[in-house]
Write a protein that binds this ligand. Structure first.
Ligand SMILES: Cc1cc2nc3c(=O)[nH]c(=O)nc-3n(C[C@H](O)[C@H](O)[C@H](O)COP(=O)(O)OP(=O)(O)OC[C@H]3O[C@@H](n4cnc5c(N)ncnc54)[C@H](O)[C@@H]3O)c2cc1C
Length: 381
């Protein structure tokens, strides 16, 4: 059976996260950053100092050689303090680091993993295009082999943190006239490469994680910027989905618990008709349902973390954890807004930010419909 005891060293790390977040990015700093569309990049090297960014990686690159249970716990705790901290952590570890571990070559790993583990290498995934969202394999950005390496032309949309990243992992079609997931390759493109143009996109939530439309016009990259095998890029992305889904689930669980705690606290303090609103059964039942949904999501997350840690198949459970957690996050923030009413609707309230940010999780990195499709497929349907 799965053991729920938190090992002593993980427990100490979680305490360090509490201290780091209270000092370096307390709730008032998060409110200001959200208002001013600023990303707390200063957290990344601090996470590096605490060893968090190296958790699942081999010691020879500076990693801690811990397993995915520790990663999930850390990610959830970061999210409880600030969703953006969890996003920065997950993009670095679950996407950047695990991509390097899974399909990069040894010289790319030796070059990039130690920097990533210290919090000094920022990555962004550039997959989505205007005509290729859920059907990501419909991408048409192309990379052509030339004498200097590769020539990239095309356009990507909705790429998180692209402008501030050091490297864009860009999915391109390298086999002309290929269709679907065949003939796609990944490239590690330094952000400053000439020919890259970025335009910011306005959006409802996630103000601390800017989104960019990226144009690639005759962008030349070297031969060794190919990440993984030529033509197998889409399969490479699929091979690391369990890590990014675990990251999304942990972020949702942490933030959903935060929203539930905020609403519960408010229900204890706010009085109407001469008593705390938490005395009304209508409010109690909402809060009970919220906590149950968060707990269900947490169990799905921990099950997934255990399956990854013990190297068992987990396609269904990865989709399930992402689905259950993201929908729980949306559910509890909607209920939280109702419980807090005008106090939640005010821009200085953390609840409205949580509610706005929750919107992304049921479609980013695979929509709820696609998670259900995947689960049904795993059930043999
Ligand atoms: C804030 C933000 C950050 C993002 N960050 C990144 C990033 O860093 N990198 C990146 O590459 N992308 C990023 N994305 C893109 C994101 O991954 C896509 O928005 C997502 O994959 C969904 O694509 P879409 O929005 O085009 O929706 P569509 O694919 O147009 O889907 C619309 C609706 O149709 C449904 N649908 C589609 N196909 C099916 C089907 N086969 N069965 C059932 N229903 C279906 C969907 O579930 C959805 O409900 C980001 C998006 C946002 C908004």
């Amino acid at each position: 059976m799965i053991d729920f005891e938190i090992p002593e060293d993980d427990s100490a790390l979680l305490d360090s996260i509490d201290r780091m977040m209270a000092k370096e990015f307390p709730p008032e700093a998060y409110r200001e950053a959200d208002k001013n569309y600023q990303t707390p990049w200063h957290l990344l090297p601090l996470m590096g100092d605490l060893g968090m960014l190296g958790l699942p990686f081999p010691a020879k690159y500076g990693g801690m050689e811990k397993d995915w249970r520790s990663v999930a716990l850390v990610n959830e705790r970061l999210a409880y303090h600030a969703g953006i901290a969890s996003s920065l952590f997950a993009t670095t570890v679950s996407f950047g680091g695990m991509s390097l571990m899974t399909y990069a070559n040894e010289s790319q790993r030796e070059d990039l993993l130690p920097r990533l583990i210290q919090g000094n290498a920022r990555f962004a995934l550039a997959l989505t295009e205007s005509q290729a969202g859920t059907d990501a394999a419909a991408l048409i950005t192309r990379a052509q082999k030339i004498s200097e390496g590769w020539l990239i032309n095309g356009r990507k949309i909705w790429i998180s943190n692209a402008q501030a990243s050091d490297y864009l992992v860009v999915a391109c079609r390298t086999t002309p006239h290929s269709r679907g997931s065949e003939g796609i390759s990944l490239f590690l493109v330094p952000r400053q490469t000439p020919g890259i143009q970025m335009t910011p996109l306005e959006k409802l939530g996630h103000h601390c994680m800017p989104s960019w439309d990226i144009g690639f016009q005759d962008v030349v990259v070297s031969e060794n910027s190919l990440l993984g095998e030529e033509g197998r890029g889409f399969k490479h992305v699929l091979s690391t989905l369990q890590f990014s889904r675990a990251g999304q689930a942990a972020n949702s669980v942490g933030q959903a618990q935060r929203a539930t705690d905020l609403a519960c606290q408010y229900a204890k303090e706010r009085t109407q008709f001469g008593r705390p609103i938490g005395n009304f059964q209508a409010i109690q039942h909402k809060l009970a349902n919220m906590q149950v949904r968060v707990n269900q999501a947490r169990l799905c997350l921990y099950q997934l973390a255990w399956l990854i840690a013990t190297q068992r198949p987990c396609r269904l459970e990865a989709a399930q954890a992402k689905l259950v957690a993201s929908e729980a996050f949306q559910f509890v923030t909607k209920e939280g807004m109702q419980i807090m009413a005008s106090a939640g609707y005010a821009m200085e309230s953390d609840m409205q930010r949580l509610w706005r940010d929750a919107g992304l999780f049921t479609f980013g990195e695979g929509t709820s419909e696609i998670q259900r499709n995947l689960i049904a497929r795993e059930m043999g349907l």
